[in-house]
Design a protein around this ligand. Sequence first.
Ligand SMILES: Nc1ncnc2c1ncn2[C@@H]1O[C@H](COP(=O)(O)OP(=O)(O)OP(=O)(O)O)[C@@H](O)[C@H]1O
Ligand SMILES: [Mg+2]
Length: 283
Amino acid sequence: MEKIYATYSEEPKVRTPRTGGITARLKGEVEFKNVSYRADGEEIVSDINFRVKTGQTVGIIGSTGSGKSTLMNLLCRFYDATSGEVLVDGQDVRRHDLYNLRDNIGMAMQDVFLFSDTIEGNIAYGRPDCSFEEVKHAAVMADANHFISALPEGYDTIVGERGVGLSGGQKQRISLARALLKDPSILILDDTTSAVDMETESYIQSQLKKIQDNCTVFIIAYRISSIKDADLILVMDGGRIIEQGTHEELVAKGGYYARAFHNQYGEIPYGLLKERRARRNRR
Ligand SMILES: Nc1ncnc2c1ncn2[C@@H]1O[C@H](COP(=O)(O)OP(=O)(O)OP(=O)(O)O)[C@@H](O)[C@H]1O
Ligand SMILES: [Mg+2]
């Protein structure tokens, strides 16, 4: 009872400025200005600076525990930056109406959570009033319609704790459909295509291009193929952005990203080749 009571009476640290409950579509411009976040006396992310415009895609790559998800949690205001500012449409997230901010964000989280409900209910979670056609459209975009339709009860199949088991890639696609259905101005895909094959991934990428005119997309991934075409790639290590730029720029740079590219594609990136040549010439 004590534990339940403590949870029950917990005051949220993130406070909402109440602006009267208006809901408005945001443009989806995002800027991190000197953002650092500390927890339990430890610096989790430091000195984060980057800026994206509406319709751009940001790829985030980096070793496990490097702070990728933390950046997105700061953007959604699951907690507040210790210093610096996270701006959406030029305004500090702390000055946005929290409900409206989150209403504008579609997020497929790293650990997919499915409710004990039908597949339709799970996809429509963020917009319970939407039509079946809209649910199906989102599922098609997430390449989930095929396998859902093949289930004996289709969209009425119960999943989650009490329901049928789904594979990792199937769960990821349901959570992607859920995020897409919100028609968000900021879409966050945290490790969302890690468990699907390359072909499915490239299908999903082509579908994402359709919504990108009025949506800023963040893609966190380990696979270079997931983020190669992004307008901006952030390479994270130990809570810092160690490299940022486009795929070509980063490959030419011959650093962490170029090495990851080399490892995954088995090609020697131009930047590394140049570096090697220079070293050989010095000898
Ligand atoms: N609220 C928090 N309180 C304390 N520590 C945290 C908090 N959030 C994250 N961390 C720690 O910060 C580090 C970065 O975590 P984060 O989840 O951002 O990494 P990541 O880059 O997303 O890793 P992965 O690729 O494995 O998902 C980890 O060491 C984690 O344990
Ligand atoms: Mg993570």
